[in-house]
Design a protein around this ligand. Structure first.
Ligand code: CAA
Length: 282
């Protein structure tokens, strides 16, 4: 029975997961090394909840109740009593492995550990934990409070009890589950990221301007955001790391990251979060 949820990482995904978990009535403990990131993250959650109140989707009492369920801390020992920990840190395997080494000794032996990775091998990440049978991928989409889908991914050692508990948990968040096998980038990003990468090639080769490419896909294919705007929204560093996982893992040149994407990331132009990407947010 999952009653309390721990979230590692107070970035946009971690805070979104905390938001929807608290709305479903779970006690949530967010852990992040940086106290200022937790403070900023909780302010974002409050802002997003307030938006739901003003659009009539939630009462102010429900907003207050959800906020009261979320606690932030930069002490990893505060995850010692939770039933499920969801790791939502940056898409870097070395960092994730290090965090599992820190959190596993603190967690209850029966607690489940999940990763929100958008592309990395669940089986390989599980090998860095002390509980591969209680480990799996629970992959939320951004923005978490709005997007209906969650991908569930089992590693080779994930047991049926873990999968069932994760599926039930996601169901209580009013999300729809799809099950993906443990292949690079699973389903959504296997299809979405090559489309975004192709849009960047389209820009790189001068086929169209940023505005032309985004308008073409918004009005010509009915996408809610153009692919370059979406890339900025996801984060260009995340886009690049997913393309690299696809390229390395599937060994097919069709997944080669566009050199323009590489250059932007090298320049520190990471999209909305850094103030500059294909668009200027400053
Ligand atoms: N938290 C809570 N609510 C939010 C929100 C957030 N962060 N962002 C937007 N919303 C809500 C708004 O409050 C609004 O609600 P109402 O309808 O009640 O007013 C609703 O969402 C629509 O928002 P807006 O009117 O501000 O803007 P929009 O109509 O342009 O929609 C969008 C914004 C939902 C983000 C839409 O543009 C969209 O769906 N974009 C595509 C998103 C997408 O593809 N996500 C997947 C990314 S890939 C991924 O996540 C996988 C990965 O691993 C990389």
């Amino acid at each position: 029975m999952i009653k309390t949820v721990g979230v590692i990482g107070a970035g946009q995904m971690g805070c979104g997961i905390a938001h929807v978990s608290a709305m479903a009535g779970y006690k949530v403990q967010i852990y992040d090394l940086a106290a200022d990131r937790i403070e900023a993250g909780l302010a974002t959650v409050n802002g997003n909840l307030a938006r739901q109140v003003s659009s009539g989707k939630m009462t102010d009492e429900a907003r207050k109740a959800a906020l009261a369920l979320i606690k932030g801390s930069s002490d990893i020992n505060d995850l010692s009593q939770v039933d499920l920990v969801i790791e939502a840190v940056t898409e870097d395997e070395t960092i994730k492995r290090k965090i599992y080494g820190q959190v596993c000794p603190v967690m209850k032996p029966e607690a489940l550990l999940a990763t929100n990775t958008s592309s990395l091998s669940i089986t390989r990440l599980a090998s860095a934990t002390d509980r591969p049978e209680k480990f799996m991928g629970i992959h939320f989409m951004n923005p978490v409070p709005v997007m209906k889908l969650v991908e569930l991914v089992r590693g080779i050692a994930t047991d049926e009890g873990t999968f069932k508990a994760a599926k039930e948990f996601v169901g209580t968040l009013d999300k729809t589950v799809t099950v993906a096998e443990d292949f690079p980038a699973f389903i959504v990003n296997r299809i979405l990221l090559p489309m975004i990468n192709e849009a960047i090639y389209t820009l790189y080769e001068g086929v169209g301007t940023v505005e032309a490419i985004d308008t073409a896909m918004k009005l010509g294919a009915n996408h809610p955001m153009g692919p370059l705007q979406l890339a900025d929204f996801i984060g260009l560093d995340t886009c690049l790391s997913i393309m690299q996982v696809l390229h390395d893992g599937l060994a097919d040149s069709k997944y080669r990251p566009c050199p323009l994407l590489v250059k932007y990331v090298e320049a520190g132009w990471l999209g909305r979060k850094s103030g500059r990407g294909f668009y200027d947010y400053r």
